[in-house]
Ligand binder design. Structure first.
Ligand code: FES
Ligand SMILES: [Fe+2]
Length: 320
């Protein structure tokens, strides 16, 4: 596992709607993984390396039993891992001690999630913000790989007030001044809220909150909510998934169209053209405390960094 991913956490790794029965290969959490569905539609994941001779499962198939069939020598692997059949040995022979390197995945809220550790009976479900993002008719999803470290990307999601500066032309009218700002934390969560507006005016209320390892909810007013999940790919890249939800009209389908337009505009114009070049330029990716000269309105991003470091050092203590 990637050294700077948090231990014993659920990370979103793929969109449910895009995972079919046929294998899909993705890079997440420092590994190349193969994902597939069995005949009952259950999602499975394993390291993308055939244990026989190491080829990728990218062009593998899935048989009627939901087993993964390697394209090279046709060895078949059960979703639990063991090799169930090797054609070269004849019908009933099974090669001993040959198994996929299985990863724990579950499916919730339209996402496939991978657990960075051993799933136990008391392992909690993936993190979520209850009451949000579950009426998919009002939602639009976007998922992409970004060449940015996951800690920087997550921090940037909690940074509201850059909108009035960096995005002043593409999202005009948002103002640059934060007032009535509050920040609270628990062991796993950061909650910020306040108003963003012009000097002397009341400003628009906003909420930005985070749940470890990297799920963010933004309420930017206007009845538009954004959920963002950030999952590390490696030390330089992240997989970012965002669900835009509109609650503007009585018609869910109309809200869905508005959410889709909002998502497209935000990603193609604001995020790609304005945020990405700056985020890519940040060094170091995980600043030591005190390196960034943070100010009061950065309290949410700073609190996230503290929680992240604490959760990561828990793993280091266990490993020692
Ligand atoms: S490499 Fe997969 S079956 Fe031989
Ligand atoms: Fe931005």
């Amino acid at each position: 596992m990637l050294p700077d991913a948090l231990p014993s956490r659920w990370y979103p790794i793929f969109s449910s709607a895009q995972l079919r029965r046929a294998p899909t290969v993705v890079e997440r959490l420092g590994e190349r993984l193969v994902l597939w569905r069995d005949a009952a539609g259950r999602a499975h994941a394993a390291l993308d390396r055939c244990p026989h001779r190491g080829v990728s499962f990218k062009t593998a198939t899935v048989n009627q039993a939901g087993e993964l069939v390697c394209p090279y020598h046709g060895f078949t692997f059960s979703p639990k891992g063991p090799c169930a059949h090797a054609p070269v040995l004849g019908r009933d022979a099974k090669p001993p001690a040959m198994s996929l390197d299985i990863r724990n995945v579950t499916e919730a809220h339209g996402l496939i999630w991978a657990f960075t550790g051993a799933v136990e009976a008391d392992t909690p479900p993936p993190p979520w913000f209850e009451g949000l993002g579950d009426d998919l008719r009002r939602c639009a999803d976007i998922a992409e790989e970004w060449p940015v470290h996951h800690v920087q990307l997550t921090q940037s999601m909690l940074d509201i007030y850059h909108v009035g500066v960096l995005h002043r032309r593409t999202a005009p009218g948002s103002g640059q001044v934060i007032t009535d700002f509050t920040m609270t934390t628990t062991e796993d969560e950061v909650h910020t809220e306040g108003r963003l507006g012009h000097e002397g005016a009341k400003g628009m209320p906003f909420v930005a909150r985070l749940r470890l390892p990297g799920l963010v909810h933004l309420d930017v007013g206007f009845g538009l909510h954004v959920l963002v999940g950030v999952t590390p790919i490696d030390a330089k890249r992240s997989w970012v998934w965002a669900r835009y939800e509109a609650r503007l009209t009585p018609l869910p389908q109309l809200d869905g169209v508005i959410a889709w337009l909002g998502a497209k505009y935000d990603f193609t114009v604001l995020q790609h053209m304005e945020d990405l070049p700056l985020l890519k330029s940040i060094e170091p990716a995980v600043p030591e405390p005190g390196v960034d000269r943070l100010i009061a309105p950065d309290a949410g991003a700073a609190a996230y960094l503290r929680l992240y470091r604490r959760a990561l050092s828990g793993r280091m203590e266990v490993a020692q």
